[in-house]
Design a protein around this ligand. Structure first.
Ligand code: PEP
Length: 253
């Protein structure tokens, strides 16, 4: 059975106090809700990891993740943060290949393979992002485009490695725009990606991979998105900065 996951991506937002307040609120609400079959993940900026982890404590089903990691193990790479460091601070997830990193930091499919290797080598679950820009969607070549992202970054992994990776489909035109993909558009792409994974790694493995949707998901549309058979949760940007909204999305399964 694949996992249902709702992961919040804080991006470069929130001061120390704001991050503490948000985390405390989420921890308290989730304790009250007693969520059983959904995994919630907070992915704050690096500097928040340690204090956020302390607040999460042993909250059931709430985990710590990061928004990025280095493609290198250690050494003279000023400003970088390794997967080993993240693991040592209690992170268990790491977002890899978010479209903002692909665009603004020129992260290539090959670099993302190296980052994914580092994550796996350190016991982190990569949340591997993929998704097409608007012009590719309008040209109706989006399926081929996103499949190629997976092929180029992930298809040299062993089945055992692949089975540990979570995919997040995030159409770039839907991120932070308020323009969500419809649940049918999400389902169509998720099913296509699952069958692409099956063509390389087999149906059983593909059926067990969680594929999350990201792009202007909110408490008003999460239920509809999560009702689709191949949508296994969400990667949530803006709405993860509001405790009530984030917890409502976690409760939307
Ligand atoms: C994201 O940044 O991963 C994201 C999905 O953002 P938003 O929910 O704000 O569109």
């Amino acid at each position: 059975m694949r996992k249902k996951i709702v992961a919040g991506n804080w991006k470069m937002n929130l001061t120390f106090e704001e991050g503490q307040k948000l985390t405390s609120e989420i921890v308290n609400m989730l304790k009250d809700e007693n969520i059983k079959d959904v995994i919630a993940v907070l992915n704050p900026p690096f500097v928040h990891l340690y204090p956020v982890k302390k607040l999460i404590g042993d909250t059931p089903n709430l985990f710590l993740g990061s928004q990025n990691c280095s493609d290198k193990a250690s050494g003279a790479y000023t400003g970088e943060t390794s997967a080993a460091m993240l693991a040592s601070f209690g992170a268990t997830y790491v977002i890899i290949g978010h479209s903002e990193r692909r665009e603004y930091f020129k992260e290539s499919n090959q670099l993302l393979t190296e980052k994914t290797k580092q994550a796996l080598a350190n016991g982190l679950t990569p949340i591997f992002c993929c998704g097409e820009p608007l012009e590719i969607r309008e040209a109706e070549t989006h399926e081929a485009y996103v499949k190629q992202q997976l092929t180029e970054s992930l298809f040299d992994f062993s089945p055992e490695e692949m089975s540990k990776i979570v995919i997040a489909y995030e159409p770039i035109w839907a991120i932070g725009t308020g323009r969500t993909a419809s649940s049918d558009q999400a389902q169509e792409m998720h099913a296509a990606l699952r069958s692409h994974l099956a063509s390389k790694f087999g149906k059983e493995l593909a059926d067990n991979i969680s594929i999350l949707y990201g792009g202007s998901a909110n408490p008003g549309n999460a239920k509809d998105l999560f009702s689709k058979p191949d949508v296994d949760g969400g990667l949530i940007g803006g709405a993860s900065l509001k405790s009530r909204d984030f917890v409502e999305i976690v409760k939307s399964f």
